[in-house]
Design a protein around this ligand. Sequence first.
Ligand code: 5AD
Ligand code: SF4
Length: 456
Amino acid sequence: MKKKLFIKTYGCQMNAYDSARMADVLAPFGYAPVDAPDDADMVILNTCHIREKAAEKVYSELGRIRQIRERRAAEGRQTVIAVAGCVAQAEGEEMRVRAPFVDIVLGPQTYHRLPEMVARAARAGDRSSGVVATDFPVEAKFDELPEASAPQGPSAFLTVQEGCDKFCTFCVVPYTRGAEFSRPAAQIIAEARKLVAQGSVEITLLGQNVNAYRGTGLDGERWGLARLIRALAEIPRLARIRYTTSHPRDMDDALIAAHAEMPALMPYLHLPLQSGSDRILAAMNRGHRAADYLALVERMRRAQPALALSSDFIVGFPGETEADFKATLDLVKRVNYAQAFSFKYSPRPGTPAALAEDQVPEEVKTERLHRLQDLLWEQQLRFNRSKVGAVIPVLLEKPGRHQGQLVGRSPWLQPVHLDAPAASIGRIADVVVRAATVNSLSGRLAAPAFKEDAAA
Ligand code: 5AD
Ligand code: SF4
């Protein structure tokens, strides 16, 4: 009989990808995904540590899952509870103390051992077996995972790199995800081919530090991200390639040249800046100054004039003065972003900045966040409006909210709403943009909308 598997995913695309892989690992053991935890034989919380109070949120969710476990136990049924991801990695044994009913605590590097851990947990029955696996046997992880099985649709994600050696002073990733590790190119290309065979026409390469990619190439040499992208671009029917997240320090000449030369590489770059103040950038250990970032943006735009930029910002980092914050606003004005995420600094236990004494008061952070977001939204709206009247290629991804409507993505990652037949999902259509809001575009199919039809 099929067993029911419920996975709740917090946080980033890397986590969404990991959740899908955990489902893949468990599928051969009879676990099929379900949408709710109430009747699940196994519950996995795949957690993320980047945002505030992440651990507390996980513990309160665990309280709810525990009730489900107790109700099912009264009916003579077992529920295996696992916590995965960064909170699991950071809490480790501590989680077993605070939530002893959790069967399995596993860090991001141990997913391939999940079936063995589940078997142990199932044997232990109602007594929690207490498997804690949060070590970092990085190399083994990608080798032992089965290849992704479920089709991801027109736009797919593919992890090429994990971990981070940068140690920004606010960030937990180097501690929770471990050292940088790149998958061999052969594995990545094989997985990309499979995704394309399953109908994906766009692939986003994922990594915490994706442009630090240094994997073994097909020729046995170390390949950088640009070389990998060139190899992937040779896959027939793979029309669009993206990558995220990049660090300004790792944007090398080869990658900039790839943006100039490769039509499949989308003209969009998520390039976190965090702060526009050199003093704060140094305190964050970002390893570059504001002027370096601006110079890089200029080179990127010379290489690809259509490039849209996106970023992450932190306001209220310890010691940030009004003048530092103004430097961030100034830099944002000079770059002109198409999209951006901004956060109030939140101290993460175990990171150097959490120990700083000059923490910024909460109300100052809130006020700065609003000012920054007002500016970023204004820029985002202006960028979106700049496309009104243009004919742009849109990858049709899924049904929209209304009957007959589809949602697709522009080359600049804007969601585009339009009327189109459901059968055209997965195709790239020329769309006349008619209106823009802060968050999306709307338009209609151009005539002819599909290049293949026009040629026929
Ligand atoms: N506080 C606030 N924002 C943070 N980020 C990472 N750590 C913290 C923190 N401690 C943000 C950064 C990063 C994004 C993924 O999350 O901007 O680029
Ligand atoms: Fe965190 Fe900095 Fe590494 Fe990004 S580069 S994952 S912010 S330590």
